[in-house]
Design a protein around this ligand. Structure first.
Ligand code: NAD
Length: 288
């Protein structure tokens, strides 16, 4: 396949590099110019002859702007595969514009972070027409280890923000519980041994324990260097609140998690730290 790849940042560059091992890839980024990849002078030029154009961009506004530039340049029947994490509304608007231009669109945000992008072990959650999903499935198999078709356009983004809302809430719950356990004189290893095999178990406890030296290796064992940065968690929690407002869904825990991460990132030196660094934050606090 001929692939255009737009947005060659932390995630896009290694994803494009993995695809370039077995496909013809032409990339474009306004700033980044990773070595070893054929680069075009503009997004439209990268998209022009491609069967599939992949975008991996920071947010919905940039996605909409890039989509408006590339859709007129893409050949009839080509697929716009957006792997960015954006708001559901932008994903659905871009898909509708693609369809109106005689193209197909798939929104397929990823889970797995930079390590997953480098190692080709991402998980994709996809929304869009089944035929287009089937066409891009071999590309998912190169860039990742799993792709789930979640339904029509926007449903990939819906799955991503719902998953990450659970993750934000469970990480906060895990961190406050460890901080409480400390104050109650409970040994952290004992706390982990009980919770990880009891009804409090979750991915945040079992696979990504925020307490250093406890459980499998995690960013807590590396000075809370991300991993998954607190500001990226905040981005996703903001997206889930935007979506909840749009459909009038009551999400009090998601809202509380968003507000805590906003406070952590903006006022408490949380920017640039892993999102599990909520544990040292709670350690230093009292009830009021
Ligand atoms: P990044 O900031 O490293 O990369 C984004 C790239 O887009 C940059 O290189 C930037 O120059 C480029 N760009 C911006 N505007 C552009 C335009 N108009 N045309 C072409 N290129 C443009 O971000 P990232 O970490 O690679 O994340 C990309 C997306 O993946 C985001 O939506 C993010 O939420 C999502 N994501 C990131 C992670 C992670 O761990 N980094 C994990 C899951 C999902």
């Amino acid at each position: 396949m001929k692939i255009g790849f737009i947005g060659l940042g932390n995630m896009g560059a290694p994803m494009a590099a993995n695809l370039a091992k077995s496909h013809e890839v032409v990339g474009f980024d306004t700033i980044a110019a990773p070595a070893g990849l054929t680069l075009a002078q503009s997004a439209a030029a990268a998209a022009k002859d491609a069967d599939v154009v992949i975008t991996m961009l920071p947010n919905g506004d940039i996605l909409r702007a890039v989509a408006a530039e590339i859709h007129p340049a893409m050949k009839a029947g080509a697929i716009h595969l957006d792997c960015s994490t954006v708001d559901v509304e932008s994903a659905r608007a871009v898909a509708a514009e693609a369809e109106a231009a005689g193209l197909s669109a798939i929104d397929a945000p990823v889970s797995g972070g930079i390590g997953g992008a480098v190692n080709g072990t991402l998980t994709f959650m996809a929304g869009g027409p089944a035929a287009a999903f089937a066409t891009v499935e071999p590309l998912f198999a190169i860039m990742g280890q799993k792709a789930v078709h979640c339904g029509p356009s926007g449903n990939g983004q819906a799955a991503k923000i719902c998953n990450n809302m659970i993750l934000g809430v469970t990480m906060i719950a895990t961190c406050e519980a460890f901080a409480l356990a400390d104050k109650l004189g409970l040994d952290r290893q004992a706390m982990f041994d009980v919770v990880s095999t009891s009804s409090g178990a979750s991915w945040s406890v079992n696979a990504y324990c925020p307490a250093p030296g406890i459980g499998p290796q995690s960013p807590a064992d590396n000075g809370y260097k991300p991993g998954f940065a607190a500001e990226l968690m905040l981005k996703d929690l903001n997206l889930s609140q935007m979506a909840a407002e749009a459909v009038d869904a009551d999400t009090p825990m998601g809202l509380a998690a968003r507000d805590l991460y906003a406070h952590f990132v903006d006022d408490e030196d949380g920017r640039g730290k892993d999102f599990s660094a909520m544990l040292p934050r709670f350690e230093t606090r009292k009830r009021s």
